[in-house]
Design a protein around this ligand. Structure first.
Ligand code: HEC
Ligand code: HEC
Length: 228
């Protein structure tokens, strides 16, 4: 039953945004150019443009292995939206064999650049989600080993000593969902995720084996991100 439920959800995710995309009027380039970003309500747009269906309430309750966006860096998010929309960022396949980025790619033409910027500003201003409990829960020795591996692998140089103080326009990775973090490390290492500034991280990611990725992901997912 569980499998059927997940498949039904996936079917909805893949088909619903596509169907919506066909029936909704996309903003024309002209409209986008005249929109005033300052007057746009990022919170309403986040809800209206289907983002909420996958990334959850205020970006802090994402479904499946999808990323939480609350408290993420605004410039980083804007760049990723563009990359997913134009296909320069793709991902590995979901349970149905589609890239996990596909459902989002299908809806991104519904938003202008100004609207995306307003959504990114709104999300960046939201408190990050609390760390999600893992099953089985890692003990303190494993978390300490994860932190050690994170620091010895050089990750702190760009993402900060605990993943929560990244360089400007680099992503927050502390407190992000474990499975998402592990997937991104793996897909950056394997060259599946390209585009953006991925190349700067590649030499570091290439040194990670799967066990170390799992160890670091367990650790990062349990770091509680304080207020900015
Ligand atoms: C059908 C589901 C779906 C919808 C709708 C969707 N997204 Fe996404 N989004 C995803 C998935 C899945 C990923 C991560 C892809 C991966 O695993 O590589 C993602 C990634 C992102 C990222 C990059 C996060 C990171 O940490 O790199 C941003 C920013 C984002 N989405 C914003 C939005 C916004 C804004 C909207 C609405 C305009 C939206 N998404 C609509 C599924 C969706
Ligand atoms: C030289 C700088 C640098 C180093 C060192 C580095 N990263 Fe990154 N990392 C980045 C950049 C830049 C991105 C965003 C890439 C993009 O623009 O798409 C990123 C993305 C990520 C992501 C995906 C974030 C998301 O929301 O999708 C994770 C997870 C991550 N890094 C973990 C690590 C870990 C773990 C290490 C250590 C092994 C590490 N990084 C080392 C620069 C770095």
């Amino acid at each position: 039953m569980k499998t059927i439920g997940i498949l039904a959800t996936l079917a909805f995710l893949v088909t619903a945004p596509a169907a919506l995309a066909q029936t909704s009027a996309a903003p024309s380039e002209g409209q986008a150019a005249t929109a005033s970003p300052g007057s746009l309500d990022g919170k309403s747009l986040f809800r209206a443009k289907t983002c909420v269906a996958c990334h959850g309430r205020d970006g802090a309750k994402a479904i499946q292995n999808y990323p939480d966006l609350a408290g993420q860096d605004a410039k980083y998010m804007l760049a990723q939206m563009a990359g997913i929309a134009d296909g320069s960022r793709v991902s590995g396949p979901d349970a149905r064999g589609y890239p996990r980025t596909q459902g989002m790619k299908d809806v991104m033409h519904l938003t202008s650049t100004e609207e995306r910027a307003a959504i990114a500003e709104f999300l960046a201003s939201q408190p990050a989600a609390k760390p999600r409990p893992l099953d089985p829960a890692p003990d303190s020795a494993r978390l300490a080993a994860g932190k050690d591996a994170y620091l010895k692998s050089g990750c702190g140089t760009c993402h900060g000593p605990d993943g929560s103080k990244p360089l400007a326009s680099y992503p927050q990775i502390a407190g992000q969902k474990r499975d998402y973090v592990a997937l991104q490390m793996t897909e950056i290492r394997d060259g599946v995720r390209k585009g953006g500034k991925v190349a700067t991280m590649l030499p570091f990611a290439k040194k990670l084996d799967d066990a170390k990725i799992a160890l670091i992901a367990d650790y990062l997912s349990q770091v509680e991100r304080g207020p900015k």
